[in-house]
Design a protein around this ligand. Structure first.
Ligand code: FE2
Length: 248
């Protein structure tokens, strides 16, 4: 491992086309997993163990509708704290990051950017020149906005007013890609994203989103309730609300 740079691994779940990310400070060995998948918990924990990392955080960009998170299982198997964004009210999160707030991962800061629209609680995480955009900004696409308190207008604002103001060279890592593309940049998405790039207006975006006519995700009926409990059935003993960390 290069001790100066953020350690980074991109992992893939072939059932749900989900990317999970493992990041770490190679010097302090502190690590975080972003957007885990329940069926892949063993894979992820094995990798963390093999690499001698200490898992500090298991983070969610939002409450997923297409797969069940491994967050709660991982929290129980390790000392990792569950981290979610400002508007994600799940019973099992330990830390809720408001817009602009951050957590520290060794020498690195993971900053939360509120990017609602796909869901009302979507948060992107910015660290060391990479942004993990969940289902807000996808590669040459965006998340859908037709359920989970989605808002096309809100998503357009989140992408154009927040994500597109990041430096052009910022690497974009989404929660999914259905064509096998693994990474993009803010510059590329500003130029080529067919929904929000190339100067697309909000009106144009609203029209595209209103006419997508997508089928519901196969797992939505089980995934959303399960993910509100971070992948485990809710237990009455758990705290209702995580403490919120404000701008920092
Ligand atoms: Fe999603």
């Amino acid at each position: 491992m290069n001790t100066h740079e953020l350690f980074f691994r991109q992992l893939f779940d072939y059932e749900t086309w989900t990317y999970t990310y493992l990041i770490a400070d190679p010097e302090t060995r502190e690590a975080a997993l972003i957007d885990t998948v329940k069926e892949q918990v063993e894979r992820d924990l094995n990798l963390v163990k093999e690499l001698g990392l200490h898992l500090k955080f298991v983070m969610e960009t939002h409450v997923h509708a297409d797969h069940i998170t491994g967050a709660d299982e991982i929290r129980h198997a390790t000392e990792a704290k569950g981290v979610v964004g400002f508007g994600t009210h799940v019973a099992c999160a330990d830390i809720r990051l408001d817009d602009g707030a951050h957590v520290e991962l060794g020498r690195f800061r993971i900053k939360a950017l509120a990017t609602p629209g796909h869901t009302n609680g979507c948060t992107s995480y910015l660290v060391a020149g990479r942004v993990f955009t969940g289902d807000a900004l996808l590669i040459r696409g965006t998340g859908r906005t037709d359920f989970q308190q989605g808002s096309s207008s809100g998503l357009y604002d989140s992408i154009t007013q927040k994500l597109f103001t990041l430096p052009d060279e910022t690497l974009v890592y989404p929660a999914h890609d259905y064509r096998g593309v693994m990474v993009s940049t803010i510059e590329e998405e500003k130029k080529f994203n067919p929904r929000v790039g190339g100067g697309k207006t909000k009106e144009g975006f609203l029209e595209i989103m209103a006419n997508l006519k997508l089928a519901m995700p196969k797992k939505i009926q089980i995934a959303v309730p399960a993910n509100l409990a971070c992948g485990s059935p809710p237990s009455p003993g758990k705290p209702e609300e995580a403490p919120s960390i404000r701008q920092g």
